[in-house]
Design a protein around this ligand. Structure first.
Ligand code: ZN
Length: 67
């Protein structure tokens, strides 16, 4: 599994609120993340967009679980 290039720079994650949904796909822009979140969001769910840099703990934890 190769680390996506986007994880090395400023990127965005969707953080779901009120649901245990694991969608830590990184997005290059806030607009991409927001449009994707609006596709996925269901009634009663909400989300916030998080901005992260190259030291993103979301990506780090995602790629370190194999060991
Ligand atoms: Zn990340």
């Amino acid at each position: 599994m190769s680390q996506p290039q986007v994880a090395r720079q400023m990127h965005f994650h969707i953080r779901w609120e009120g649901v245990q949904r694991l969608d830590w796909e990184p997005f290059e822009t806030r607009e991409q993340a927001e449009s994707r979140a609006k596709e996925l969001v269901q009634s009663g769910e909400s989300f916030v967009l998080e901005e992260h840099g190259k030291n993103c703990t979301r990506c780090a934890s995602k790629f370190s679980v194999a060991s």
